[in-house]
Design a protein around this ligand. Sequence first.
Ligand SMILES: *Cc1c(COP(=O)(O)O)cnc(C)c1O
Length: 207
Amino acid sequence: MDAAFGGFAACSDETKHLLEGWEQADSITVDCHKWLNVPYESAVFFVKDQYRLLQVETFQNSNAPYLGDPLENFSYLNFLPENSRRLKALPAWFSIMAYGKQGYQEIVENNIRWAKQLGHFIDSSSDFKLLAPVRLNTVCFTLKNEADQDKVNEFLEKLNSTGKVFMTPTFYNQHKGIRAAFVNWRTNENDISMVFDLMKEISKTLN
Ligand SMILES: *Cc1c(COP(=O)(O)O)cnc(C)c1O
């Protein structure tokens, strides 16, 4: 199960229902360089004990007898595609120790609050429309006017070139769209107003 972002929904009582049943998955991966706010690239994965052998067989390096027999001497080194381990756990561990359960609950809930706020601004605007309801940290939207579909790229380029915000392109439900993904723990209400004002301003300059 790809829970790169979604896994962190478990940090909040308001969103953990979105993960109902995930314990049924054979394996789950969660990206630490996303909502845990540690540097790229860092991830954890949980694999059911019954797949331990499959995991080692899949990722063993048959050309490297000098690595020993992973089936004989278990090492996490042989448990992952990298066949290598640097101490990426350290920043993850420090962050968890520093902010704890409550800290991550606040980060997740704040990001979702501001994502929903931007979603609300978009929903009540005459320039933009949502392409999907905002359920977590991502706001997927496009220009409101159907005739403006070919201006979405221009809008995004102008928006990102301000250097004040960075959004990414997408395609959803037959529409060119834009994704605003919230992850930074410092994002606040003022940022949302500033960015939305900027969006409105830029939408008036499209050719
Ligand atoms: C970020 C993300 C990925 C890609 O993971 P990286 O480790 O950043 O390359 C895959 N799936 C989802 C749902 C993601 O959010």
